[in-house]
Design a protein around this ligand. Structure first.
Ligand SMILES: [Zn+2]
Length: 313
């Protein structure tokens, strides 16, 4: 499976960059979040989970949280909380795993839950079996897949300021329609898998893909270069409304309702203190600004009628 995010990814970056208090991401944070975004889209698409898939890194360094949320229809959003400056040559461990306390969590939150049901969450550390920090996000996620699904996975991830891309190769159970969401590898499956070397060969070819190639080449060229000796069945790419795309539930109207619910007095005291009311979306970073004229309009009679549920328009 290959994903190549362009519009969705640049929209995520644009919203962040437009936020006057955070400013744009430093290049290493941008790369990490882009790789996470590509990986989360691949994982959601792979398991076809009926609910949101949330990929998070909880850091113990300058980046406290990085989070990507992908819905079953592949709409997605991503953001990171950065509390200290990140230098341009920072590695993954220097951003999120300074004291080996960083963690990566994958949460599957079902759309429909029975009473009391909690989302499923898997957590993996950001260090290897010898306690050494892992510097590649792909290695962290391969570890997670092996641990949680018992399925060998090869991931190549890359991101820059215009593209977030990923390639996922996974060994599926031999029998039935089992995939990540379905059956585990059975004993007979294991035996069959042990007898064939196809996965190892394909995985090795896949991991020879360079990040620069993943970012710059189109999918057909990548597939041809990597697997020119293999017989390939190419599925139709997802396009438009079925493809991964950026969606955030925030809007100026929602923020307006929130300000109305604060009440006129509270709103006026904020205006007095700061000159305008500014609310940033915590999921995408975009800022909504209401100057005194905008704010006053929220408390006119017609605005209040609108708020109470009477639709005059
Ligand atoms: Zn938002």
């Amino acid at each position: 499976m290959v994903v190549r995010l362009t519009d969705a990814w640049t929209e995520i970056l644009r919203r962040r960059a437009s936020n006057t208090s955070s400013g744009p991401y430093a290049a290493p944070v941008q790369e990490m979040l882009g790789e996470m975004t590509a990986a989360a889209a691949l994982m959601q698409s792979n398991i076809k989970f009926d609910g949101s898939l949330v990929l998070q890194i909880f850091g113990d360094g300058p980046v406290k949280v990085a989070v990507v949320e992908v819905q079953p229809d592949l709409s997605l959003r991503a953001t990171a909380t950065v509390t200290e400056a990140v230098s341009g040559d920072s590695r993954l461990s220097q951003m999120v795993n300074v004291n080996n306390q960083g963690r990566c969590a994958i949460t599957l939150d079902p759309k429909t839950k029975f009473p009391g049901q909690q989302p499923y969450q898997g957590v993996v550390p950001l260090f290897d079996d010898h306690g050494r920090p892992i510097e590649k996000l792909s290695a962290v996620l391969e570890h997670y897949m092996l641990q949680s699904e018992q399925l060998d996975t090869t991931l190549v991830l890359a991101a820059n300021d215009t593209v977030a891309a990923g390639l996922l190769i996974q060994r599926l159970p031999m029998a039935g329609a089992g995939n990540l969401a379905g059956s585990m590898v059975s004993k007979e499956n294991e035996d069959q898998i042990g007898l064939n070397e196809h996965y190892n060969r394909i995985a090795m070819l896949a991991s020879s893909l360079k990040q620069e190639e993943l970012l710059t080449l189109d999918v057909d060229t990548i597939l041809r270069r990597l697997f020119w000796e293999e017989q390939i069945t190419r599925f139709e790419p997802l396009m438009g409304e079925t493809a991964p795309r950026f969606v955030c539930s925030c809007s100026r109207e929602r923020v307006a309702k929130m300000i109305q619910s604060l009440g006129r007095e509270e709103a006026e005291s904020i205006l007095e203190e700061r000159g305008d009311i500014e609310v940033a979306c915590e999921f995408c970073g975009v800022q909504y600004r209401f100057d005194p004229v905008d704010a006053a309009q929220l408390f006119t009679d017609s605005a209040r009628l609108g708020q109470s549920g009477t639709d005059l328009h």
